[in-house]
Design a protein around this ligand. Structure first.
Ligand SMILES: Nc1ncnc2c1ncn2[C@@H]1O[C@H](COP(=O)(O)OP(=O)(O)O)[C@@H](O)[C@H]1O
Ligand code: SF4
Ligand SMILES: [Mg+2]
Length: 374
């Protein structure tokens, strides 16, 4: 498995989230309004700490509905956080408005999953990329054209012959490159890539991920790479954070988290990666059950309703993140006996199986084979 080099811990921090929360207030129905009961809020993002340095790619993984997009949208201030702090290069931008918010939005860009609907089909490639410059009132027409050409160069699309084409003329991979160029034209320092390859053919996923990797190094970008698929995360990330029901349950260097997953949830995500055994059809082991609703977060460990090791202690007391190895942290009572000692009356979970995962399986293998096929 290819994982990225470790990041220099002295590299400047670009983005930092501290105990970040985004709760969505439910709408009042007539009945709840009449009896004066406040509808429950969805605790989509519920206390997350995260740091991303220059040239670092942090992978955020978890099943659909875990709160990954909410974290991404909150970090770029498309959602207003309910609580906690966001620091951008040390500046608190959690509540900035007006010109300061506009300046931040200039520096922090988001790339979405769907390259088919994210580009206006009536605009040419050149116009699509120029639009953010016009919105932000940047440059003369000639200066903007220069910047558009430079952005196309960055995503390895020759401007000549492409700048006046329409998105419908391009393949999915090329459209996602144009979406990346549109994000880069404002010269951001922080990029959220929210499932940027999950709608692309497996054969071209690797080349788009590789581009993100190269851009992060070349431009010193801090990148939050969001994926529901833990296999693609191993491909480009320095650091991986695993999210479950609004919280990080495990994080650490990619090689540590992916080769030696500790949390029962991470272990199951790894088990669910299809394996390529010669002569056999790849088998996908599904995770049973669904992520509980953020409208009704269970007490205790949030994973307890699906965890094979859960005990009464897990159902009653939420574990804290605890340090295991260097920079490898996990939120599970199996690895931290503080709660068990505080509640000797409640049975504690016993050590789970620690999977040594040698290879990440089919997707990465296929992606590596297809590296240059965009
Ligand atoms: N604007 C919103 N209003 C209400 N609930 C939302 C909103 N956005 C997301 N949610 C809820 O928050 C949870 C997390 O969603 P999301 O961040 O999109 O997860 P993911 O990206 O991991 O699939 C889901 O239960 C979703 O229904
Ligand atoms: S704390 Fe308990 S329920 Fe939660 S992951 Fe660990 S063993 Fe499973
Ligand atoms: Mg999402």
């Amino acid at each position: 498995m290819s994982t990225r080099h470790a990041i220099d811990p002295s590299a400047p921090l670009v983005i930092e989230a501290q105990d970040l929360k985004t709760h969505f207030q439910g709408r009042s129905g007539i009945l709840s309004a009449l009896v004066g009961v406040k509808p429950p809020s969805a605790r989509a993002l519920d206390g997350v700490d995260l740091r991303i340095r220059e040239r670092e790619i942090v992978g955020l993984v978890g099943e659909s509905g875990c709160g990954k997009s909410t974290l991404g949208m909150t970090l770029v201030r498309m959602y207003q956080p309910t609580d906690g702090q966001i620091l951008y290069r040390g500046e608190d931008i959690t509540k900035v408005e007006g010109r300061r918010l506009k300046a931040y939005r200039h520096s922090a860009q988001i790339i979405f999953q769907d390259p088919y609907s994210s580009l206006n089909p009536r605009l040419t490639i050149g116009q699509v990329i120029e639009e953010p410059l016009i919105i932000h009132g940047i440059g003369t027409a000639a200066e903007r054209r220069e910047k558009v050409i430079r952005a196309l160069e960055l995503v390895r699309i020759p401007a000549e012959g492409n700048i006046d084409r329409y998105p419908s003329d391009l393949s999915g991979g090329q459209r996602q490159r144009v979406a990346i160029a549109r994000a880069l034209v404002l010269e951001p320092k922080f990029i959220v890539a929210d499932e940027p390859v999950s709608m692309l053919d497996v054969s071209i996923q690797a080349s788009v991920l590789e581009l993100l990797d190269e851009l992060s190094r070349e431009l010193g970008l801090a990148v939050l790479y969001i994926s529901h698929d833990i296999a693609t995360v191993g491909y480009i990330c320095n650091h991986v954070a695993v999210m479950y029901l609004g919280r990080i349950v495990e994080e650490g260097r990619s090689e540590d988290v992916l080769m030696r997953p500790l949390h029962p949830y991470t272990q199951r995500l790894m088990d669910a990666i299809p394996r390529m055994t010669p002569g056999e059809t790849p088998e996908r082991i599904e995770l049973r059950g669904d992520v509980p609703s953020p409208l009704a977060v269970p007490p205790g460990c949030r994973f307890s309703s699906r965890c094979p090791y859960a005990t009464a202690l897990c159902e009653a007391v939420e574990p804290a993140l605890s340090d295991q190895a260097e920079a490898h942290r996990v939120r599970c009572h199996i690895y931290d006996d503080r709660a068990a000692r505080a509640h000797p009356d409640l049975p504690a979970p016993r050590a789970g199986k620690i999977t040594e995962v040698a290879e990440t399986g089919a997707l990465v293998a296929a992606a590596e084979d297809a590296r240059w096929q965009s």
